[in-house]
Design a protein. Structure first.
Lengths: 432, 400
């Protein structure tokens, strides 16, 4: 309290008003990309606390007299970027005791102070789906995090209660990564059979719960694996499914159809071969565009035009970094590569923002610059599609989490001696 | 007589194809890398060779020349350090010939004996405008083998520019994790010193006039001696400042010509690098910041350039996804982080050609040089720019 007093006195002395959480902050002069509508040149964006309260053109909005005005003339403001698939935070997932771990939560293993979050902030990422690896059919529950500065995982979560809320999705994988020695499947067909059997078990478990109708004597014993899978079957927990080859993609579509779960396809390297089928199934795709094909057999047919082909077929397309596969600091580059090879610029930017929000089931809260949404935004020096553009600031819930002008933040944008200390090498392959 | 007439027909056919290979490339801007860029420039190609370069208002394009137009024209891009062709895109055992682990010191391994000209990644890079590769054995052994310089397009019989250019040395954990010995950096240096001394001694004994005391030919020691006498350049794949300093010490002791590759901590020893006058083939700018490249910076190329150290780019070696990087995409990120644009472009063209000793043939658009030309839709470093046309040895090999 004494501190606040001091600040107030200091502020009066300096002639500056004291800004509280209720203060309106107004960004003026920028080119705003709301995503839900055309860019607004010389736009005005007003935030209060952690919420966007106004957005429009300069001539349509009156700036309140007591507001804090930030002149960002000539800059570009995007909604905070949403990375639908990342491995930052030094988390882990299921162990090698089984190929399926729906009970395992990555939120129990995240290092909230990891400098890899700084890489994401420097890349304009404000929300991230942190995933366990792809070496299992089900490697565990993912967690949706805001890149707020944090001491513990609780400072970053988008849910309230980790034991009763749904705080992330479920990571699944098929193709070669989860193949291994028993108890891991040795073939694709066995992989699908293991997954089907488990979901059928979950359906039966759910029937027992329904039949019990609240009667504790008839309730089956609590089973964390089954409880998680029921959330999936009920459409409350989204499956994030690693899949590359076209036939593996079709297997995911088949499973989703059989069990009726909500699924997002991830990587989808050969999505372009079955784009019509993906569109028909109304299943979204979170893709990654790396600089060359190959490196693993399933990615030899990855093409730069993947995003274009999926967009053309009518598939909802988002991007992800798969950090450290691609660097979170260069997330904007994903959209640019997509646009270079034929994606519309609108859909490419949507793929970094609102499309990702939809894939996490959070499109009501994040992903666009709209009144009532979270004040998550990125201030760019210029055109989002230019290699020469720098991310100047990243804001989460109305607070600056990255500022290129601050040397302590800048170092994370470029790297250097002992800047990044804690990155571990993420291994995708199974069997190890 | 019959042979003579066949020869005559072949010669005539060759002559005809020369006539058909007359091309004019016109660009809104032509980066010749040989003087200032030319606005509305023309490059005339006659057969496999560049015939003339200049402003459109000074060059009359002959009627029989095929004209290609575009926004930005550059020389073919040069990747100063790759493993593509030895390493293939599938990443299974039989397309991975870049590293032999049976012995930590194998300078005698020639790249050309493992290079697969039909590797799909080569054609992939060609489509992006990379027309010359300096490729060969990967980092990972103390001495892993040799490199070669090759064109990515045109006839393979004409593709090889230099079948043996450098010998690849590596220091650091990439070596020590692969072998029980050397298991440390200092053991690595001790072993290299010992091998070079053996090579010196071998050569002295070879020079003995007495045939009876001449040692049997040993292609391993012979290759090391070629390094010592500068016929082959030592390519030192190193990252930390400690490894860089050890390399400088070794080169100073034995006096061989060398270049550094990787060098992610080069910014810590700028004065020493400048003094040694060693060129640097910097790591891919987007290299993952873990392991020995943990301290990599987007700004290293810019800092080295500012200090007057010659720096060019490489796609390097990737063990996973993506299986190769694209050298001018790596340069682009350095240009976005302080390296001047012109220097970025020079690094992936004429400066790489000079470092590789092939600037008499490639790296710039000048009379008499190889007709390797790329048309870009815009700034070659910009994310949205596409390659529209690639010409190698006067032949259109990619057209969008």
């Amino acid at each position: 309290m004494q501190k606040l007093w001091m600040l107030a006195v200091l502020a009066v002395l300096c002639g500056n008003p004291v800004f509280t959480d209720d203060t309106l902050t107004v960004f003026t002069g920028a080119n705003l990309y709301p995503i839900v509508s055309d860019p607004i040149e010389d736009g005005v964006l007003i935030i209060q606390g952690s919420t966007i309260v106004e957005i429009g053109s300069a001539n349509s909005i009156t700036i309140p007299p007591d507001a804090r005005v930030i002149d960002v003339s000539g800059k570009v403001i995007l909604p905070g970027l949403i990375d639908t698939h990342s491995h930052i935070g030094r988390g882990d997932g299921g162990d090698r005791s089984a190929p399926t771990h729906p009970d395992v939560r990555i939120l129990d293993a995240i290092d909230a102070m990891s400098d890899s979050f700084m890489r994401a902030r420097a890349g304009g990422i404000t929300t991230v789906n942190v995933m366990p690896g792809s070496g299992h059919l089900m490697s565990g529950q993912t967690v949706y995090l805001k890149t707020r500065h944090a001491r513990t995982i609780y400072d970053m979560l988008l849910c309230d209660d980790v034991n009763s809320d749904i705080c992330g999705g479920l990571k699944m994988a098929n193709g070669t990564n989860p193949i291994g020695n028993p108890p891991f499947p040795q073939t694709r067909a066995r992989a699908a059979a293991i997954v089907r059997q488990l979901y059928i078990q979950a359906q039966e478990y759910r029937d027992k719960v329904k039949t019990a109708n609240g009667n504790p004597e008839k309730m089956p014993s609590r089973n964390l694996q089954m409880e998680t899978l029921i959330e999936v079957l009920d459409g409350k927990r989204i499956v994030h499914h690693h899949t590359h080859r076209h036939d593996d993609i079709m297997t995911v579509l088949r499973l989703a159809d059989e069990f009726g779960f909500k699924v997002v396809l991830h990587h989808v390297s050969e999505g372009w071969k079955v784009a019509e089928e993906i569109a028909e199934a109304n299943i979204p795709a979170s893709i990654i565009l790396v600089d060359s094909p190959g490196g693993k057999l399933e990615a030899v047919n990855l093409i730069y035009e993947n995003g274009h082909d999926l967009e053309k077929a009518g598939v909802d397309v988002a991007f992800h970094t798969d950090d450290p596969i691609t660097d979170s600091r260069l997330f904007l580059r994903q959209a640019a590569i997509g646009a270079r090879s034929g994606m519309s610029k609108e859909k490419a930017l949507e793929g970094l923002t609102l499309a990702g929000a939809r894939m996490l089931g959070m499109e009501d809260r994040i992903g666009s610059l709209e009144k009532g949404k979270d004040a998550d935004l990125v201030i760019l020096s210029s055109d989002p599609f230019s290699v020469y553009t720098h991310i100047e600031q990243t804001w989460v819930d109305g607070k600056v989490v990255y500022d290129r002008a601050d040397p302590e933040h800048y170092k994370y944008a470029v790297g250097g001696y002992q800047v990044y200390r804690t990155l571990h090498h993420h291994i995708h392959g199974g069997g190890q | 007589m019959r042979i003579v007439s066949i020869l005559l027909i072949v010669t005539l056919a060759a002559g005809l194809s020369l006539v058909h290979a007359q091309i004019a490339v016109r660009g809104d801007i032509v980066y010749t890398m040989n003087g200032d860029p030319i606005e509305d420039g023309v490059v005339l190609l006659n057969g496999k060779i560049i015939e003339r370069v200049g402003p459109a208002n000074e060059i009359a394009i002959p009627d029989n020349y095929t004209v290609y137009k575009g926004a930005v024209v550059t020389p073919g891009i040069i990747d100063a350090r790759s493993v593509v062709g030895l390493a293939g895109m599938f990443n299974y055992d039989h397309d991975q010939d870049q590293l032999e682990l049976s012995n930590p010191v194998q300078p005698e391994l020639r790249a050309i004996d493992a290079y697969n000209p039909r590797e799909e990644l080569i054609d992939f890079l060609l489509g992006l405008g990379v027309t010359t590769l300096h490729t060969g054995h990967a980092p990972g052994a103390l001495v892993s083998g040799q490199t070669m310089i090759v064109k990515t397009g045109g006839k393979y019989s004409e593709a090889v520019i230099d079948s043996s250019k450098m010998v690849v040395f590596t220091l650091g954990p990439r070596v020590t994790s692969n072998f029980s010995s050397p298991g440390t950096r200092s053991k690595s240096i001790a072993m290299l010193r010992s091998e070079f001394m053996k090579a010196q001694e071998y050569r002295q004994r070879q020079n003995n006039s007495d045939a009876g005391t001449k040692p049997a030919r040993d292609i391993k020691l012979e290759t090391l001696f070629h390094v010592l006498e500068g016929r082959l350049t030592a390519l030192f794949s190193v990252h930390t400042a400690t490894e860089i300093m050890a390399t400088l010490r070794l080169a100073d002791e034995f006096g061989f010509p060398f270049v550094l590759a990787g060098a992610s901590e080069a910014y810590l020893v700028i004065d020493e690098l400048k003094e040694s006058n060693v060129p640097v083939i910097i790591h891919p700018t987007m290299i993952r910041t873990f392991g020995e490249a943990q301290n990599a910076s987007f700004e290293t190329a810019s800092k080295l350039h500012d200090a007057g150290i010659s720096v060019v780019f490489q796609s390097g070696y990737e063990s996973y996804v993506p299986k190769t990087r694209v050298v001018h995409y790596e340069a682009a990120i350095a240009v976005a982080n302080g390296l001047p644009f012109e220097q970025g472009l020079a690094s992936v063209t004429i400066d790489s050609a000079r470092l590789l000793g092939i600037d008499d043939r490639v790296g710039s658009l000048a009379n008499g040089k190889d007709a390797d030309v790329v048309i870009f839709s815009g700034d070659p470093f910009e994310y949205l720019t596409n390659v529209e046309l690639v010409i190698v040895n006067g032949e259109v090999v990619k057209e969008k």
